[in-house]
Ligand binder design. Structure first.
Ligand SMILES: Cc1cc2nc3c(=O)[nH]c(=O)nc-3n(C[C@H](O)[C@H](O)[C@H](O)COP(=O)(O)O)c2cc1C
Length: 407
């Protein structure tokens, strides 16, 4: 497993500075440590406190702040594995070419010998200007990588080439750059040749055309597993319930809504997958009847009941089918989200469902956030992970999957 990667996010003074906050969050979600440096102009567009709240550390906004107790740009440059400049203004590009160092961003950049990723954002005429294009050309020759800009609506109301790449696209480019830094594909390819099926998110069980029974699963854990498995070389099929997350690059996503649909989407993979990881929060019950028209309030009726029927136990069904086949493939991994006795429930679930590994986690931390804390329960081991980003936890689970597949 690779150690957490550390980046300085260098924020320039353009309208797209607000998207730097989303980028910081996206990097953290992917398990990357983030510290922020801001140009004075950028602090006019987005408040430094926003980054303090997101990263847990105040951004560096002033080289002369006595609180830094030293040369903060040197310290930042020593700490970082990479620097991402987003948004990169026309002025910042020019300063990088000239080697100016008159604020926390430019001073840190000048002090840094590692990989730099730049996401320009500006009016299309600023981007097209010969001076900017010369600067971009020079920076490319200096080894700086670029992501974007893209063509589209700009803050001014005009449209053209100059819009900053979206945060998840920048984060993808960053991860590719960091992977190369880690030693390229070899280091990250320990699941190459494996096929992993991951389920994620909640299921929605319809009650009528506008209502459903659902749960608080965000899908982040399953998506983190799919992203990390793909980056480690696996072929990944992600069977996803309704979530608000972007499809991970390089992953085949099969979108479903209900538990029955999820079961039908997963079942064919039993014969071909190397591992099936059921991170989805599948509803145990669904309404017995789905009304074809919207259910209405009725005068004088204050209490009503909804009859529910059991959904199939997808994980248990896979365990049973595998046991009946007499093989130990695919490896089966389940999740137990509990409110009490997490370890006990994980042990019971592993045995009753006839699966290899159960990731026990507490409902209080498992949902919605970007972090989780789990215990990995197999027949031979119980590993408490402590609190981790969901991406780091995904790597721990995939380490266990790889170990079992290899051995
Ligand atoms: C409202 C407003 C929006 C701006 N948007 C951009 C922009 O998107 N891209 C850009 O290169 N400059 C933009 N500028 C100009 C920069 O803010 C200006 O060049 C500033 O000196 C850049 O400082 P920095 O690169 O040190 O952050 C904008 C200025 C204003 C007042």
């Amino acid at each position: 497993m690779t150690s957490p990667r550390k980046i300085v996010l260098a924020v320039g003074g353009g309208i797209a500075a607000y998207k730097a906050a989303l980028l910081a969050r996206e990097c953290l979600r992917r398990g990357v440590e983030v510290r922020v440096a801001m140009t004075p102009a950028s602090t006019r567009f987005v408040g430094p406190v926003t980054f303090t709240g997101l990263t847990g550390r105040p951004p560096v906004v002033d080289l002369w702040d006595p609180g830094h107790g030293g040369e903060v740009h040197v310290e930042l440059a020593d700490w970082a594995d990479a620097i991402v400049v987003a948004p990169a203004t026309a002025s910042l590009l020019a300063k990088m070419v000239a080697g100016l160092a008159d604020d926390p961003v430019t001073a840190t950049l000048l002090c840094f010998g590692g990989p730099r990723l730049v996401a320009p954002a500006m009016h299309h005429r600023m981007w097209a200007n010969d001076a900017t294009q010369r600067n971009v050309e020079q920076l490319r020759r200096d080894g700086v990588r670029f992501v974007g800009p893209t063509d589209g609506p700009l803050a001014s109301g005009a449209s053209g080439l100059g819009r900053m790449a979206e945060p998840d696209v920048i984060a993808d480019a960053l991860e590719r750059m960091l992977d190369e830094l880690d030693g390229g594909a070899d280091d990250a390819a320990d699941l190459r040749g494996r096929t992993l099926v991951v389920t994620a998110g909640p299921t929605h069980e319809p009650l009528d055309p506008v209502r459903f029974l659902g749960n608080r699963s965000s899908g982040k854990m399953g998506y983190a597993l799919a992203e990390r498995a793909q980056r480690r070389g696996a072929r990944v099929v992600l069977v996803s319930g309704p979530v608000a997350l972007p499809a991970p690059a390089g992953v085949t996503v099969h979108g479903v809504t209900t538990a029955l649909e999820m079961e039908a989407a997963v079942a064919p993979h039993l014969a071909t997958a190397d591992a099936i990881i059921m991170a989805a929060a599948v509803a145990d019950f669904r309404p017995a009847e789905v009304s074809s028209s919207k259910l209405k309030k009725q005068a004088g009726v204050d209490v009503t009941t909804v009859a529910l029927v059991r959904n199939p136990d997808i994980l248990g069904g896979l365990g049973q089918a595998r046991a009946a086949s007499g093989t130990r493939r695919p490896m089966l991994v389940g999740f137990a989200v509990e409110t009490e006795d997490v370890v006990g429930e994980a042990r019971r679930k592993r045995i009753s469902k006839q699966v290899d590994l159960v990731v026990g986690n507490h409902a209080g931390v498992a949902f919605e956030g970007d972090e989780n804390e789990a215990v990995l329960v197999s027949a031979t081991r119980e590993d408490a992970t402590g609190r981790l980003s969901k991406h780091a936890l995904a790597d721990r689970i995939l380490d266990a999957v790889r170990a079992q597949l290899e051995g």
